[in-house]
Design a protein around this ligand. Structure first.
Ligand code: NAD
Length: 440
């Protein structure tokens, strides 16, 4: 007779060195766990739950690239389409040494929920290449991008899947992608990607869109808490594209930006930092950093000190998992607005909830980028371009409506905003899957 051994018993019987080698929880594991929780809460039809637990399509490609010294390197590239139930798939392309299929899967699912929560007609996708752009020349990056684009082209298309920039990719990367497809197809296909330079059909307002959306979400939150923007203090972790735009727009709205940081360290000023002067300094720094910035009343602080600063709003706008279980108990901010994707670990999230710290989740707070990407796509398809004022006005309309829907729903259900936003998003995707049925 076979003896049944539990997983726990099996781990206990292993030599210690093998226990330490047990696979860690990946971002995809966390994503599935969160989906399973939401499914239980909304009593999701088990058949639809099974569909949403699996990405629709995953493509892994090998990308040979001739390096400047004549060597050929082969990189791994991925494009994952999690769901096209609500429309063509949409999501960025990330260049980073940590990119793998699991991370890309998780980020693709996050895009499905993000597009659904703000009600734009897209499904979710993500792409990535396992490379380190910091040690690659522009020519090498151009060759890598063009070969990657060619390799994933069979599943791309303006009505199929539309990439955009993400970590370590930018408007130039999108220009190379659009040019590659246009050359291969022998006709202009600029609407194949968004986040392009303006002369190639990019949208005015796209560069600041994510930060502007973060600022609008912050303003809506302050309003709900009966606060005043003129009395609100803010700390921003990660003074890059998202963080700098959010800080600048919040200062224009009347907030006091008391602390900012980037990978080189942080700055604090109780009287409020001057974002115009910070922006000018970073623009002239060779790596666009705040390193070495000095002004009267400004003191240097560490990134940990910034995360624990006594402020009304903390905006993490750097990388994943900045707020982990060890930091969550020390956070003094009354509210957190997530500029980055996944800046709070699930364990930290629980601690913050218990401590009554309100968190506006990434899928709502940083959706401004994909909303204006949607506007760019609409403008490209019509070949009719809008003024920046119109872009910003429409962005504000969608952010304010989405915030209201998530806030009201979360209040009715008595759940934190993250769970409320996910419940709304998954219900909307499920409704689309249900209505379409299965073909063939
Ligand atoms: P970015 O590279 O322009 O900026 C990142 C900033 O974080 C840089 O200033 C960097 O120095 C800083 N940083 C890195 N490590 C840090 C650390 N340990 N401590 C403090 N600062 C650190 O990138 P971005 O486009 O601003 O993206 C930031 C985050 O926002 C990412 O999670 C990205 O996925 C997310 N996001 C971006 C967009 C967009 O439109 N750019 C849209 C949605 C979500």
């Amino acid at each position: 007779m076979t003896q049944t051994v539990t997983a726990e018993q099996r781990v206990q019987s292993l030599p210690q060195f093998m226990v330490a080698e047990q696979p860690r929880q990946t971002l995809w594991d966390t994503t599935l766990r969160q989906l399973d929780d939401v499914a239980k809460r909304i009593e999701l039809d088990p058949s639809i739950h099974r569909i949403l637990r699996r990405p629709e399509r995953e493509l892994t490609v090998a990308i040979p690239v001739m390096m400047d010294d004549g060597r050929i390197e082969v990189f791994s590239g991925y494009r994952v389409q999690h769901s096209s139930a609500r429309g063509p798939c949409k999501g960025g392309v990330r260049y980073h040494p940590s990119v793998d299929l699991d991370e890309v899967r998780a980020l693709a699912a996050l895009m499905t929920w993000k597009c659904a929560v703000v009600g734009i007609p897209y499904g979710g996708a993500k792409g990535g290449v396992d490379c380190d752009p910091a040690v690659m020349s522009q020519n090498e990056l151009s060759r890598l991008t063009r070969r990657f684009t060619t390799a994933i082209l069979p599943i791309l298309g303006p009505k199929r899947d539309i990439p955009a920039p993400d970590v370590n990719t930018n408007a130039q990367t999108m220009a190379w992608m659009a040019d590659t497809v246009t050359m291969l197809e022998g006709k202009a296909v600029m609407e194949i990607v968004t986040g392009k330079p303006i002369p190639l059909g990019g949208s005015l307002g796209r560069k600041e869109a994510t930060g502007r959306g973060v600022a609008i979400a912050t303003a809506e939150l302050i309003k709900r808490r009966q606060g005043r923007l003129s009395e609100t203090t803010v700390a921003v972790q990660g003074y890059g594209n998202v963080g700098s735009a959010a800080a600048t727009i919040l200062q224009e709205m009347g907030c006091k930006i008391v602390a900012v940081s980037d990978v080189s360290g942080g700055l604090y000023c109780a009287e409020g930092l001057d974002t115009a002067s910070l922006n000018q300094y970073a623009a002239n720094h060779p790596r666009h950093l705040l390193e070495g910035y000095e002004a009267p009343g400004v003191e240097p602080i560490t990134n940990e000190e910034l995360l624990c600063a006594d402020v009304d709003v903390l905006i993490p706008a750097a990388l994943e998992h900045a707020i982990h279980a060890d930091i969550a108990g020390l956070v003094q901010a009354r509210t957190i607005v997530e500029g980055a994707n996944g800046p709070t670990t699930p364990e930290a999230d629980e601690i913050l909830n218990e401590r009554g710290i309100v968190v506006v989740p990434d899928i709502l707070a940083n959706a401004g980028g994909v909303i204006v990407s949607y506007f760019e796509w609409v403008q490209d398809l019509q070949n009719f371009f809008w003024e920046e004022e119109e872009v910003n006005h429409r962005l504000e309309q969608i952010m304010v409506r989405s915030f209201r829907e998530v806030w009201d729903f979360s209040q009715e259900e008595r759940v934190p905003l993250r769970l409320g936003a996910s419940m709304l998003a998954v219900s909307r995707v499920a409704e689309a899957v249900q209505a379409r049925g299965i073909f063939p």
